[in-house]
Design a protein around this ligand. Structure first.
Ligand code: SF4
Length: 351
């Protein structure tokens, strides 16, 4: 699997703590394309198996003109075996998705699109400094369907000061929903607004209530939760993300991309330097806990090293007793309530 990082955005959203550069005009991309193609050539030997998934994430990959995307996709075909490719995803923002652009994406081989809608309330879109309107977001989803995308994911944020009534949204337009609670990251514009009292966010109980309401709404509309933040119609789970959670090795290309070869993590820093760490047995175990307990499938006991099994079993018992974890069919599986506490459970079990 391959991840391509596109570190550019039209402008900064108030809540965003990701590395991304605001870009105005084609000159803003600098040497991005050349550097990426050169990195692809240099590192192609790191992925010897046929590639099943490719994911363009950001940033805002849909900021790239189709000619640039076409040269990057050409580079992928030149450097890697894509004959087994099942899923090629691009993250996109609604304002970029004109019908012609979407058609080009399909022609380039993208068969999944993940659209950052976030809210359909105009006041909240402005608060978040998003560039699109609610109307543009709905049109983008309709355009994506018309262009032949049968697998469309949408991102929504809850826990905003004004709750959008998602019950009026046409869930038939999408096959996958990612739901994120708004978090206030240090150093963001939102954190300053909250500190100064200009933005007042709902309390934890209200955020949990909104989560349950959205969860029920999605279930009613045929979506099945398969991870804390992810819901899909049957058969439309993200293959790429699932492979991350299964700890499949992947190659990350681009200025802020991470890679994993099964025992080492490596990351590109924006200044061009590279970081690397070899995971200890404890690191690997903790990562397994962190990712698998966020999935509905849970933690397969067979993935736990023999030396860790007994200790883990004892550690799990309080969570089994309180109904957050079910011990079934060779898995420690979080219950619906347990999913809400997945990070806390994992942290309590770290070695
Ligand atoms: S579009 Fe995404 S990556 Fe870019 S600033 Fe907004 S949240 Fe961050």
């Amino acid at each position: 699997m391959i991840y391509i990082h596109v570190p550019f955005c039209h402008r900064k959203c108030t809540y965003c703590a990701f590395y991304s550069k605001p870009v105005h005009g084609a000159d803003g991309f600098g040497r991005y394309e050349e550097d990426l193609l050169e990195e692809m050539e240099r590192r192609k030997g790191e992925q010897r198996h046929p590639i099943k998934t490719v994911y363009f994430g950001g940033g805002t990959p849909s900021i790239l003109p189709t000619e640039v995307l076409a040269r990057i996709v050409d580079g992928l075909h030149r450097c890697f075996d894509l004959t087994a490719l099942e899923e090629m995803t691009i993250e996109a923002n609604p304002e970029d998705l004109a019908p012609e652009y979407l058609k080009s994406l399909r022609q380039l081989g993208f068969n999944r699109i993940s659209i950052g809608v976030q809210s359909l309330d105009e006041r909240m879109l402005r608060l978040l400094n998003r560039r699109h309107t609610a109307q543009q977001a709905v049109e983008a989803l309709e355009n994506a369907r018309a262009a032949g995308f049968g697998n469309i994911s949408v991102d929504f944020i809850y826990g905003l000061p004004i709750e959008f009534q998602f019950s009026i949204f046409n869930f038939q337009l999408v096959t996958h929903v990612s739901l994120y609670a708004l978090t206030v990251e240090p150093g963001t514009a939102l954190s300053v607004q909250v500190e100064k009292g200009r933005v007042v966010l709902p309390g934890e109980d209200e955020v949990v209530r909104q989560y349950h309401e959205l969860h029920d709404l999605l279930s009613t509309n045929g979506f099945v939760q398969y991870e804390v933040s992810n819901y899909a119609k049957p058969g439309f789970e993200s293959k790429h993300n699932r492979r991350y959670w299964d700890r499949t090795p992947y190659l990350g290309l681009g200025p802020g991309a991470h890679s994993f070869d099964g025992c080492r993590r490596r990351w590109n820093n924006p200044d061009g330097s590279v970081g690397e760490e070899t995971l200890t047995e404890a690191d690997a175990f903790n990562e397994l806990l962190m990712t698998s307990l966020r999935t509905v499938r849970g933690l397969p006991k067979e993935m736990v090293a023999d030396g860790q099994k007994e200790k883990l079993h004892c550690g799990m018992q309080p969570f089994v007793k309180c109904g957050w974890i079910a011990d079934v069919d060779g898995y420690y599986r979080p219950t619906a309530e347990g999913l809400l506490h997945a990070d806390g459970i994992a942290a309590a079990l770290f070695v």
